[in-house]
Design a binder for this molecule. Sequence first.
Ligand code: PAF
Length: 281
Amino acid sequence: MRQVKSISELREQLTTVRNSEKKIALVPTMGNLHEGHLSLVKQVQAKADFVVVSLFVNPTQFVEGEDFDSYPRTLESDLQLLDNLNIDLVFMPNADEIYPDGNEVTTVVTVPELDSIYCGKFRPGHFQGVATVVSKLFNIVQPDVAIFGNKDYQQLLVIRNLVKNLNFPIEIIGSSTMREKDGLAMSSRNQYLTDSERQQAPLLYKCICETAKSLENGEKNYAKLERDAVSSLKAAGFRPEYLNICDAKSLKTPKNQRLVIIAAAWLGKARLIDNVAVQTL
Ligand code: PAF
């Protein structure tokens, strides 16, 4: 497994790969790898000849006061896990390599509307940071295919939009959310939960699933379903930011039968997000 820190070395290595007409895949991550990340790698390995995983805790997607400094950084175990999976190359730049003029003055990518609702409303600037770093990684690696988890559903839509609007010739794969046995979506931030919060945490998924079931059973009063779910979360000690039933493609008010229920809620120091897709009759 090749380990590369600089853009120039990465480009040099990938030119040879590209010249041999190999299909290149990119798995962008912020490190602290768990089963969710590893399943992204395994899926994309079946689709490409050469897999690049990036490990970069991107400062521009953390909003003032968030956990950028304390975000878990576990480089050695990440490298071991990736080596075990026989990936081809790890790109692990530092912030100066990605933002040579500093974070504040870099050119940015914004995805209007989508980037300012739901998570974008509660984390202003977050999706601009994601869209910018993902665009940079796409330009640096120039993959044929890239894969992202469905757990970050709004992020996935932001990325699909930027790929379409900026004409990146890259296939984007959205991969199913990996869950713990009790249903909690895997996330690096689950580590912030105390033992008792960890017991409570699966309730977020449970509430979303119950809402999904009601929709599938024909309930049309979305506002009531949303209110009931938020009340259950509050009663269990969560601090919900939102739980909404939306159009699966635009996250706007549903117009057809393809819906998604998206939610974000704090439990202690952990901000948990999750979603479930629903196809109504
Ligand atoms: O989902 C993540 O881990 C990050 O937002 C991403 C896509 C790697 C960009 O930093």
